[in-house]
Design a protein around this ligand. Structure first.
Ligand code: MCN
Ligand code: FES
Ligand code: FES
Length: 909
């Protein structure tokens, strides 16, 4: 142990610490300064940045023995508080720069030191600084962060006042489309927004800490599990295996009726078999995390290793054994049958192109690793806190497995540091529930970044073959599709994601005749979970890249070919229904002049550009809002003495559920003349909030937005007097009228038939047209995205800051999907950097977004969703830009330098 006197946020403190402990842990666990966040613990993400003697340091890699005595340390708590915001904190709020907020304290700390050194930085200075200090953000696409620093610098130089910057809603005005600041922003920028690990440090003293015994192979039979030695270790309370699970020990994957599996193949704790690397085999519960970790190493698991099938083709091979005995590895099949048979048609068409394509196992890479806690409350209910974005759905999926009646299980969403869809699947809810139920004590479990990366779901890779035919007038006439979805070992939502192939291959274009076959394949790689875009990034990549190949074959411009074929009045989507609105032609018209400029720009750049080649590429971006068919959501609104309280389970990944709820409630309640601060939000706690469905499928703004609107309308209707005015709270109480009103909204849709893919599955869609400008270094194969221009139509914009943030963040993830991200190699792809997370240098500062707001008939106040559209196909436009730059068409992602280089060499031959 060592003793140090440290000046933390201006106050002298005595700290007694292990010399090997890291500063982040000491600040968080011993000084209770939980504003400093821990993401990677490897110095890669900057979430833990603090100021040490005037310099930015990453406190997770700063050992206490290296911290000088009397060192001055500043954490986010010392930068400013809720009453005295630092200009950076204020600017961060004003620019919507805190989405999930997990990276926020680290960025603000880092920027503070930059501005102390340079009060008038350029945007490039700011970007270089964040790059140097390894500040990484997964939500914002970085641009709003640079905007915030530039604004804070102006504020500090006295060129603008706080009052001028601060958004203030003019009295009585609508919040719709405004740049109002989300309610959670203040806590996020001041470090007081308690994420799961912060809550974990504030648990009662008798809390048990869980560590997992995990599989180190990908496929095996479990022969025996010996916990005896671990049980004797210091501080160990229990070691739990499948034998201790009170329930069925199975997570219900909610399989489709035509799924050949029963959907019950995923254990909470593996019993007979290991299905993938990282599977949880036992849980050690101990007084401290270290004790639990030490004991976990003593659990002996005897296995018989089996051949591991690490991709769909491998698991589909003739001689592959069944991963789940009794269920074929190809366990779900679906198709598209639209219009005439395509085979004879293809033979008659003058233009036909085809290709194989592959979209990889993209890792989600939220900066906050998975985390949760559980306990039994005073009413005997099991309460599980997690990062779930599907509270009621997850409760139904895990209750039987844990062994708790569904009505006795409440899941609560913790403030969440990003999920990007991985938390559409339950992760640790079953484990936490079992541990709390068996021990009757509070329990806490956190994953480190390695566990987050290796043991949570990933985007399901699609192996695809598409053939597109056009007639002599360049009209797309026929499409043939074949796709295999590698969904890992657990089937949950694997059938659903596979059907996206029918819905989105060729989406955006009027293709009257389509035949397709898709299948879901069990493999031993990471289980497939939802990832922003959910099947559309795979499907659209295949068709959007093929459109450019078709344009080349025809000798026409790819944007013009798109323009000629996009949906117009009377056209049908691939599922055979009418598009919700016709907006693509005008969007392309808006892009056209900018596209011409960009073509000219790259043409000029390509003159004497040496080894560097420049190109422009485009793609359509499309995704739907809602779960297939008559999806519905619930909310409530209650009149109180202070105003109105609104309740829903619009789970917040970081996208802005609080702002969506507030804006829609405020808009509906405008007849009452309420200010935003008169509306209180109660969100995401099953004990208090109704089933609003998952925050997935970009459905919440439409579904829960509508349910919230209906709840508020129902309240208004009850308050309305004959003369058209509204009763006050006192009048409602005096009249003994109920104060709380439910609201439900159901999409007017029909689930498609999986065999044909035909139906009207979604109430609204989101549309984009993206143009990417890239530089390809032909000596290294390295691709740099220099500029992105997007025309976006998400209907009426509910909150401009939120929607901008969704667009920038989704596009940045698209750059990663195109060029760097993957989770394939279990040894290499295990860190944020190893998985290829885009850093600020990888994302252009030059991103232009132009909105077209076509009101949606089914959306609340004409709004559609926003979250997933920007990641539906930006990678296609980047790949098309590479094609334009150097003639190499990469059809299997990611387009890492070595792949581009190899393709260039092949082209030269
Ligand atoms: N919105 C708006 N105006 C519109 C449409 C949407 O202001 N016309 C706002 C909504 O109010 C909401 C946000 O945009 O705050 C996204 O709305 P929507 O598309 O309905 O999506 P959900 O609220 O259901 O959020 C989920 C969606 C998905 S599926 C993933 S995955 C995702 C995403 O949003 N993961 C995210 N965005 C994310 N953003 C962050 N920062 N972190 C994640 O993990
Ligand atoms: Fe410290 Fe990532 S750099 S947590
Ligand atoms: Fe940066 Fe979420 S806001 S990681």
């Amino acid at each position: 142990m060592l003793k140090k006197y440290l000046i933390i946020n201006g106050v002298k403190k005595t700290i007694i610490a292990d010399p090997e402990a890291c500063l982040a842990d000491v600040l968080r666990k011993q000084a209770f300064l939980t504003g400093t966040k821990v993401g990677c613990r490897k110095g890669e993400c900057g979430a833990c940045s603090v100021i040490l003697n005037g310099k930015v340091v990453r406190s997770c890699i700063t050992k206490m023995k290296r911290v000088p005595d009397e060192a001055e340390i500043i954490t986010i708590e010392g930068v400013g508080d809720q009453k005295h915001l630092h200009p950076l904190q204020l600017a961060w709020m004003v620019h919507g720069a805190a989405q999930c907020g997990y990276c926020t304290p680290g960025f603000i700390i880092s920027a503070k030191v930059l501005l102390e050194h340079n009060s008038n930085p350029t945007r490039e200075d700011v970007r270089a600084w964040f790059q140097k200090h390894r500040n990484v953000c997964r939500c914002t696409g970085y641009k709003p962060l640079v905007d915030a620093v530039m604004e804070a610098a102006r504020l500090m130089r006295g060129e603008v006042t706080k009052e001028e910057l601060w958004y203030k809603l003019p009295k009585g005005k609508s919040l719709l489309g405004s740049e109002a600041i989300r309610p959670s922003a203040l806590a996020k920028v001041t470090g007081t927004w308690d994420f799961g690990a912060d809550l974990g440090l504030k648990m009662p003293e008798n809390t048990l800490h869980i560590k997992l015994v995990q599989a180190t192979v990908s496929h095996a039979n479990i022969l025996s599990i010996d916990t005896s030695e671990a049980e004797k270790m210091e501080g160990v309370y229990r070691v739990l295996t499948y034998k201790d699970v009170p329930g069925t020990n199975r997570i219900n994957g909610l399989a489709f009726p035509t799924n050949k599996g029963d959907g019950l193949e995923r254990p909470i704790l593996n019993d007979k078999k290991i299905f993938q690397f990282g599977d949880a085999i036992a849980m050690v519960l101990a007084d401290t995390p270290c004790q639990a970790e030490a004991a976990a190493k003593k659990v002996k698991v005897e296995i018989e290793e089996l051949p591991a099938y690490m991709s769909a083709p491998a698991a589909m091979a003739e001689d592959a054994i069944e991963i789940h005995p009794g269920t074929p590895n190809i366990y779900f099949e679906c198709g598209t049958v639209k219009g005439e048979d395509t085979k004879p048609l293809m033979d008659s068409l003058p233009y036909v192109v085809e290709d194989d394509s592959y979209v990889q196992r993209q890792p989600h890479l939220p900066l906050e690793p998975d985390v949760g806690c559980a306990y039994i409350n005073e009413d005997g209910k099991l309460i599980v806190h997690s990062k779930s974005v599907a509270l009621h759905c997850h409760a139904a999926m895990v209750a039987d497995g844990i062994g708790v009646p569904l009505e006795d299980l409440y899941i609560v969403q913790n403030p969440t540091g990003g999920t990007f869809g991985y938390k559409f699947s339950p992760t640790m809810e079953g484990l936490l529930g079992v541990a709390a139920l068996v021990t009757k004590r509070p329990v806490y479990l956190e994953f480190n970044m390695y566990q987050q990366i290796t043991y949570t779901g990933k985007r399901s890779p699609f192996f695809m073959h598409l053939k597109l035919g056009a007639d002599k007038n360049r009209k797309f006439t026929a499409l043939e599709t074949d796709w295999s979805c590698d969904h890992g070992p657990y089937c949950e939502f694997g059938d659903l994601v596979t059907t996206r192939g029918s819905q989105f291959m060729g989406a955006g274009y009027n293709i009257p005749n389509i035949r397709g076959e898709g299948r879901t394949v069990a493999t031993n790689h990471a289980w497939g979970s939802a990832f922003r875009g959910y099947g559309s990034p795979q499907s659209l990549f295949a068709s959007e890249v093929l459109v450019d190949k078709m344009a080349k074959k025809m000798g026409v411009d790819p944007l013009e070919l798109r323009y000629e074929n996009v949906y117009r009045e009377g056209d049908k989507t691939p599922t055979g229904c009418d598009p919700d609105v016709i907006c693509l032609p005008t969007m392309i018209e808006k892009l056209r002049p900018l596209y011409k400029e960009a073509k000219e720009r790259v043409k000029n750049k390509n003159v004497n550009s040496g080894d560097k080649k420049y190109g422009v590429g485009t793609s359509l971006l499309i995704y739907s809002c809602g779960l297939d068919g008559p999806d519905s959501s619930n909310a409530w609104a209650e009149l109180t003495a202070e105003g109105v309280t609104v309740g829903n389970s619009w789970q917040d990944h970081g996208q802005g559920a609080d702002m969506g709820t507030l804006t829609i409630a405020h808009e509906t309640l405008r007849p009452l003349g309420l200010e935003p601060e008169d509306i209180k939000l109660v969100m995401n706690d099953m004990e208090f909030t109704p089933d609003s469905g998952p925050s997935g499928g970009s459905r919440s703004n439409v579904l829960t937005g509508n349910a919230t609107r209906v709840a508020c309308e129902n309240l208004l209707a009850a308050m309305k007097k004959d003369d058209g005015t509204y009763m006050t709270y006192d009048e409602m109480v005096a009249a003994k009228k109920p104060l709380k009103y439910a609201g439900k909204w159901t999409a007017p849709c029909t689930a498609p038939d999986p065999a044909t893919g035909q139906g009207n599955p979604f109430p609204t869609y989101m549309y984009g047209v993206l143009m990417s400008e890239v530089e390809v270094d032909t000596t290294t194969g390295k691709v740099k995205v220099e500029k992105l221009t997007m025309i976006a139509d998400v209907g009426t914009i509910v909150n401009k800051l939120v929607v901008d943030g969704q667009m920038y963040g989704g596009l940045a993830q698209g750059i990663g999907l195109a060029l760097s991200e993957d989770f394939e190699d279990l040894k290499k792809h295990t860190t944020l950097t190893g998985c290829g997370i885009p850093q600020i240098k990888d994302v252009p500062d030059d991103i232009q977004i132009i909105y077209q707001e076509t009101p949606r008939p089914n959306g609340p106040y004409g709004a559609s969703g926003a979250g997933e559209m920007p990641l539906s196909a930006p990678h296609a436009s980047i790949v098309n830009a590479i094609y334009d730059a150097c003639g190499v068409q990469i059809t299997k992602l990611p387009a890492r330098p070595e792949k581009v280089l190899a393709a260039l060499k092949e082209l030269e031959k």
